[in-house]
Design a protein. Sequence first.
Length: 231
Amino acid sequence: MIAIVGILIAVCLFAGIGMNLKGGNSEEETTSSVQAITLTEKGTDSTEISETKKEAESTVSVSKTTKKTEERQTKPSSKQEKQTQGYINTTKAKKKPSPPEKESSTKTTSAKTEKETQAQLSVELSVNCEKAVAYGADYPKYLMSKTKCSVKKGTTVFDLLSEACSKKGLAVVHQNKSYIVSIGGLSEKDCGGSSGWLYTVNGVKPMVSASKYVLKDGDTVEWYYVTSPTD
């Protein structure tokens, strides 16, 4: 482009020199030459600007096209979104709820069972009539042979006798739970004026009435009939 401008300038100068030599160099001709050069330069610049503008517009167009393509590739289609959402919903539906915890109820039952076990006492009971039989009474030697019994904590000797005899079908007659009058039909004074019923716990005669003696686990209780004060 610079070469073209140079050539035009050279041509104009050459024409001017020729005119000067011919005596025809005027101010109007010089002005005309300068305008021609200026127009040429303007035309050249205009072409350049036009081409540059086209290139810039082409670049912008390409950039927009590329951006739209990337957006299409990045953004999932509505069909893909529905498929993904359906998979999530199906997964949630298949998830089973965890079973309720049973640990607390198990612990409660276990604690209750343990408490009940601890509250139960194991004792033994027998009802001896040997002295009455020796005296001549028509009774077996034992109305109740040694029997293991399970009782609650706090049970007394009187309670034990009453419950055990009730299960065996033996009647018990007493006075205010502190004195036993008859067991199984064998009553006091049936074998003499000093005859009657007494009891021992672990072979020892307690100094309290049967209704006041509270049993302990492993105790052995025996009710026995006596016919004299020395029995």
